[in-house]
Design a protein around this ligand. Structure first.
Ligand code: NAP
Length: 277
C-alpha cells in the first residue's frame, strides 16, 4: 500500500492518478476528503500532517509514502512512520535547499531542509525530490490573461527552469515503485532556462495570441501578493526572483533519467493548461 499525501495538490494529484493507472494499491490523505472527487480505487483518509502523531490509521498497512512537506512536521512524521513500520518515503522537497549552506537561505529552504534532516537520520529509505520553480506557478497569471494580453508582475528578467508537475509526479512514482532510489536526491527542472518575459511570450504562442510581460516595481507586486502570501514567504519569493535576474537557470537530466523521456517544456505545460488562461 502506498500513501499519497498532498493528493489534492498539483503534484500529488498526478502521483495518485499514475499509481492508480499502473494498478498499485493506493490510499490518499487529505485534511478535507469530502471536498474533493476521488478515483473509485483509492481509499481516502482524513488527516493533518501538522499533527502526524494522529496519523496511525492513515499509516496502518502502508509500505511507502509520498510526503508533502508541511513546515515543522519532520520529526513527528518520522516517529509515526517508524511506529507504523513504513519502509520508504519520497519527499516533495525544494530546489531551494542548499547542501553546502550552514544556514539555509530563507524560510522555504529552511523548512524543507529540516524535514530532509529528520528523514536522513530516521533509518527509513528516503528519496528527496528537489524541483525548480513549478510551471504551475504561472497559473497566478490566469486572471490577467483572461482580462487582456498583458501580464504585469515583478522582475521580467528573472530566470528559472520551470518544471511540469506531471514530470515531478512521474519521478515520484518511479522512486515509490522501483528499487535503487533510496538515499538519492533528485534535482528536477524543465528543459530550459526561461525568464518571466519569455514564459509570457511562450504562453501567448500556446494560446494563439500575443502576450507580453510588463515589469512592475517589486514593492507594488509585494503589496498585491501580501493579501494571499504570508510575509516571510513573500519576501523569500521576491528575493529569489531578484537573485535570478540575468542568470541562466541550471537544468538537469534527472527527469529523463528516471522517466525515460525528456522533461516537458513550458510550451507543453501551457498547452496542457490553456483552458485555465
Ligand atoms: N511552487 C513551486 O515553485 C515549488 C518549487 C519547489 C518545491 N515546491 C514545493 O512543492 C509543494 C507544493 O506542491 P503542490 O503544488 O503539489 O501543492 P498544492 O497544489 O499547493 O497543494 C497542497 C497539498 O498539500 C496538502 N496539505 C497542505 N497542508 C497539509 C497538512 N497540514 N496536512 C496534510 N496535507 C496538507 C493539501 O491537501 P488537503 O488540502 O487536501 O489537505 C494539498 O493536497 C510545497 O511543499 C512547495 O514548497 C514548490
Amino acid at each position: 500500500m502506498i500513501l499519497v499525501t498532498g493528493a489534492t495538490g498539483n503534484v500529488g494529484g498526478h502521483v495518485l492518478a499514475l499509481l492508480v493507472a499502473s494498478g498499485h494499491d493506493v490510499r490518499a490523505l487529505s485534511r478535507s476528503p469530502q471536498a474533493a472527487a476521488w478515483p473509485a480505487e483509492v481509499g481516502v483518509v482524513a488527516g493533518d500532517l501538522a499533527d502526524p502523531a494522529a496519523l496511525a490509521a492513515a499509516l496502518a498497512g502502508v509500505e511507502s509514502v509520498f510526503l508533502f512537506a508541511v513546515p515543522g512536521s519532520g520529526p513527528a512524521f518520522v516517529a509515526a512512520a517508524q511506529r507504523a513500520g513504513i519502509r520508504r518515503v519520497v519527499l516533495l522537497s525544494s530546489g531551494a535547499v542548499d547542501d553546502e549552506a550552514e544556514v539555509q537561505d530563507g524560510p522555504i529552504a529552511a523548512y524543507h531542509a529540516e524535514i530532509e534532516q529528520a528523514l536522513r537520520g530516521s533509518g527509513l529509505a528516503w528519496t528527496f525530490l528537489r524541483p525548480d520553480v513549478f510551471a504551475a506557478n504561472t497559473l497566478m497569471w490566469a486572471g490577467q490573461t483572461k482580462a487582456g494580453d498583458v501580464i504585469r508582475g515583478a522582475y521580467a528578467e528573472a530566470a528559472s527552469a520551470p518544471v511540469h508537475e506531471a514530470d515531478i509526479a512521474a519521478v515520484a512514482v518511479a522512486a515509490l515503485t522501483e528499487d535503487g532510489h533510496s538515499g538519492q536526491v533528485y534535482r528536477l527542472t524543465g528543459p530550459e532556462s526561461l525568464t518571466h518575459a519569455e514564459q509570457a511570450a511562450i504562453l501567448g504562442r500556446a494560446l494563439g495570441r500575443p502576450i507580453r510581460y510588463e515589469e512592475l516595481p517589486a514593492e507594488t507586486v509585494s503589496q498585491e501578493m501580501s493579501a494571499h502570501v504570508p510575509a516571510p514567504i513573500l519576501d523569500d519569493i521576491l528575493a529569489t526572483w531578484a537573485a535570478a535576474v540575468g542568470r541562466t537557470a541550471p537544468t538537469t537530466a534527472d527527469v529523463e533519467k528516471l522517466t525515460g523521456r525528456p522533461a516537458r517544456s513550458y510550451h507543453d505545460w501551457a498547452h496542457d493548461h490553456a483552458a485555465a488562461f
